[in-house]
Design a protein around this ligand. Structure first.
Ligand code: NAD
Ligand code: TYD
Length: 375
C-alpha cells in the first residue's frame, strides 16, 4: 500500500484545485473550520464538494455556516459524526467518496484539558487515528491528508529564539500533548504507509466566531458587559497572534503545494504580551461599544488572577519556510484584525446571545432532528 505514494515522499506535489472532488473538512462548525470552509467557497479556486464532518460539541455552531449552506447547497454537505467512532468515520469516507482531508476537529481549549484530559485523548489522538485508518483504507484515492496543528506542541520559549519546523516537540499541557501525539501519528503514516500528508503548526488565532472561552473573544464580551477581565499570573505571557483568515489561506497553500511528509510553521509575526492585548481590547470597546456607567474606562475591569498550571511563557514562530517555499505571509496586522474582530462581536449580538445561552443548540435540534446535547 505504501508503494503507491513512494514517489511523493519529501517532494513537492502540486494538487490542482480541480483534482480534488470531495474534500472532507473535519471540525467545520468550529471557529477555524467554519472560516476555512467560508474561505474555500468565497475566495479560493476550489471547485469540488466539501463534506463537513462535525460532532457538534459545545464549541460548534452550525449557524456559523448557515448562509454558506444555503448559497452553496450543491457543493456543501454537513454530516454529524464523531471522529471517535471508527465505523462512522469509515462510512463517511465511502459514502462521499472522499479524496482529500483537512483535519481540524479537536478539543481545543487548554484550560478544559487541565480540568478533564480524557476527551482530549479520545478526540485528538484516537479520532486522528481513525481518520488516518480510513485514509489508509482508501489510499489509492486520497490525494492529501492535512493535519491542522498548533505551535503549542513545541513547548515554551524563553525571552529569545523562535520555533522552527525542526524544534523538538516538548508539549506542556494535556491539550498540546494530545495534538503532539496526533501529529506523530500523521507523520508515521507518511513514513510507514506512504500516505500523502502535510502538517501545519500555527500560532494563536483570533477573529470572528471564536468561542468566547478563548482570551480575545472572552475579553471583548466581558469588557462590553462591564464584567471582570481575568488575566492569568502577571499577564506577561507572550502569544504570536494570527488573524484566522490568514491561517486559512496558509492551510490551502500547503494542501495544494506543500511538500508531502513535511510540516510548515504558520504565525502572525506578532508577539504581544497578554496584558497588552487586553489593554488594546479595552480601548477599542471603550471607543466602539456602549459607555460604562459614569464613563468608567474598561481598563479598570482588569484583574490579575491565579496563574494557569504549566502555563507556557512565550510562543514565537519562525515562518521563513512557508514564506519562501509557498510565498505565504500574513496580510492582516494586529491593529486592523483586532479592530475588525471587536467590531464583529459588538455587531453580532444575536450570535453572541445564541452561544452564551446555548440557544443555538435548539436550532441544531430543529435543523438536524438530533439531540445535540448527546455529543
Ligand atoms: P474549536 O474548538 O472552535 O472547534 C473544534 C470543532 O471540532 C468543533 O466544531 C467541534 O464540534 C469539533 N469536534 C470536536 N470534537 C469532535 C469529535 N470527536 N468529532 C467530530 N468533531 C469534533 O477549535 P478551533 O479553534 O477552530 O481549532 C481548530 C483546529 O485548529 C484544532 O485542531 C486546533 O488544535 C487547531 N489550532 C487552533 C488554534 C487556535 O488558536 N484556535 C491555533 C492553532 C491550531
Ligand atoms: P487562550 O486563548 O486560552 O489560548 P492558549 O492557551 O491556547 O494560548 O489563552 C491565550 C493566553 O491568554 C494564554 O497565555 C492564557 C491567557 N488567558 C488569560 O490570561 N485569561 C483568560 O481568561 C484566558 C482564557 C486566557
Amino acid at each position: 500500500m505504501g508503494r503507491r505514494f513512494e514517489s511523493c515522499r519529501g517532494r513537492r506535489l502540486c494538487v490542482k484545485a480541480n483534482d480534488m472532488k470531495n474534500l472532507l473538512v473535519t471540525g467545520g462548525c468550529g471557529f477555524i473550520g467554519s472560516d476555512f470552509i467560508r474561505f474555500l467557497f468565497e475566495e479560493s479556486d476550489y471547485a469540488g464538494r466539501i463534506i463537513n464532518l462535525d460532532a457538534l460539541t459545545y464549541a460548534a455552531n452550525p449557524m456559523n455556516l448557515a448562509d454558506i449552506a444555503e448559497r452553496f447547497r450543491d457543493r456543501y454537505v454537513f454530516v454529524k459524526a464523531d471522529i471517535r467512532d471508527a465505523a462512522a468515520v469509515a462510512r463517511v469516507f465511502d459514502e462521499y467518496d472522499v479524496d482529500a482531508v483537512c483535519h481540524l476537529a479537536a478539543e481545543s481549549h487548554v484550560d478544559r484539558s487541565i480540568l478533564g484530559p480524557g476527551d482530549f485523548i479520545h478526540t485528538n489522538v484516537l479520532g486522528t487515528f481513525h481518520l488516518l485508518e480510513a485514509t489508509r483504507a482508501r489510499a489509492d484515492r486520497i490525494q492529501i491528508f492535512h493535519q491542522v496543528s498548533t505551535d503549542e506542541v513545541y513547548g515554551s520559549l524563553g525571552d529569545e529564539g523562535f520555533f522552527t519546523e525542526t524544534t523538538p516537540y516538548r508539549p506542556n499541557s494535556p491539550y498540546s500533548a494530545s495534538k503532539a501525539a496526533a501529529d506523530h501519528l500523521v507523520r508515521a503514516y507518511h513514513r510507514t504507509y506512504g500516505l500523502p500528508v502535510t502538517i501545519s503548526n500555527c500560532s494563536n488565532n483570533y477573529g470572528p466566531r471564536q468561542f468566547p472561552e478563548k482570551l480575545i473573544p472572552l475579553m471583548i464580551l466581558n469588557a462590553r458587559e462591564g464584567k471582570t477581565l481575568p488575566v492569568y499570573g502577571d499577564g506577561r505571557h507572550i502569544r504570536d497572534w494570527l488573524y484566522v483568515r490568514d491561517h486559512c489561506r496558509a492551510i490551502w497553500e500547503i494542501i495544494r503545494r506543500g511538500r508531502r511528509g513535511d510540516a510548515y510553521n504558520i504565525g502572525g509575526l506578532c508577539e504581544i504580551e497578554n496584558i497588552e492585548v487586553v489593554r488594546r481590547i479595552c480601548a477599542l470597546v471603550d471607543e466602539m461599544g456602549p459607555p460604562l456607567p459614569g464613563g468608567r474606562p474598561r481598563i479598570e475591569l482588569i484583574r490579575f488572577v491565579k496563574d494557569r498550571p504549566g502555563h507556557d511563557r512565550r510562543y514565537a514562530m519562525d515562518i521563513s519556510k512557508i514564506q519562501t517555499e509557498l510565498d505565504w505571509s500574513p496580510r492582516e496586522t494586529f491593529e486592523s484584525g483586532l479592530r475588525r474582530t471587536v467590531k464583529w462581536y459588538l455587531e453580532n449580538s444575536e450570535w453572541v446571545h445564541g452561544v452564551r445561552t446555548g440557544a443555538y443548540r435548539e436550532w441544531i435540534t430543529r435543523q438536524y432532528g438530533l439531540d445535540a446535547a448527546s455529543t
